[in-house]
Ligand binder design. Structure first.
Ligand code: BEZ
Length: 254
């Protein structure tokens, strides 16, 4: 499978909904003036900057150079870092953060225990880990359609699902195992309008699945996925609406 590529400018133009829909999560984080907050998968820094405006100091980490540059441009102290390796990095000081925040990023990290251990090490005692990401059942219709199209076109190769979408009890078990008390954890179905359309969503978010296809194969892929999903995710009134399901939680370092 190809690596996922991010383009901060495309993301800003066509994926602004990711940050706009995170109001409830910021409320749950409840940032207090003077707090040090680590934002995992900070993306283009839009939410980090909002939190920083509340008189907090935000440190962002992201595995995309384009996103890190965009975050820095917004005045965020951002580092190029795969969050599987938080604890191994000197840039992330141990026991130094009041809270760790993450929106729409943890489903890209397929070794959740490493991430949770790194978050635990980065937090001060009683520090908060507040996050939201794709949970069990997330983008089920999108995944089904993409897999079917791969299965119908053997030249595309094997379909590999690149994301981690756990059930609340699975993730809660991991949080407890690694020294957290879980204050809340819930699965929230959140149908999400794709204002820039399905093809843009696929280009921005699923390029790790399609990156190895030729231009001609990609055309076939887009047409076939669109055809399969039109009756499921598209209406004339609302346009394309993705079948997102969020896993949202707040946990406290013991
Ligand atoms: C999500 O935010 O749920 C998501 C975004 C892109 C790909 C997969 C999931």
């Amino acid at each position: 499978m190809a690596q996922q590529n991010w383009d901060a400018s495309e993301y800003r133009q066509h994926a602004a909904f990711v940050a706009l829909l995170a109001r409830d999560l910021i409320d749950l984080l409840n940032p207090q003036p003077g707090e040090a907050i680590l934002d995992i998968g900070c993306g283009d820094g839009r939410l980090s900057a909002e939190i920083q405006q509340l008189a907090c100091t935000v440190t962002g980490v992201d595995s995309s150079p384009s996103m890190v540059a965009a975050s820095k441009h917004r005045g965020i102290q951002a580092y190029l870092l795969d969050a599987h390796h938080l604890h191994a990095q000197r840039t992330i000081k141990q026991s130094s953060f009041d809270a760790v925040f993450s929106n729409a990023a943890l489903h890209w990290l397929n070794e959740p225990e490493k991430v949770i251990q790194g978050v635990h090490a980065a937090l001060k005692p009683q520090g908060r880990f507040v996050a939201e990401f794709g949970g069990h059942g997330n983008i089920a219709a999108l995944l089904k359609a993409m897999k079917e199209v791969f299965d119908e076109n053997s030249s595309f190769g094997e379909f590999r699902h690149p994301w981690y979408f756990p059930k609340p009890d699975q993730y809660q078990t991991l949080l407890k195992k690694h020294g957290f008390k879980v204050k809340s954890i819930e699965l929230i179905p959140r149908p999400t309008p794709l204002n820039s359309g399905l093809e843009k969503w696929l280009a921005i978010f699923a390029n790790s699945i399609t990156g190895h296809l030729t231009a001609e194969q990609n055309k076939v892929f887009l047409a076939a996925v669109t055809d399969k999903l039109k009756a499921v995710l598209y209406t004339r009134e609302n346009g394309w609406v993705a079948d997102y399901v969020r896993l949202r939680f707040e946990a406290i370092k013991l």
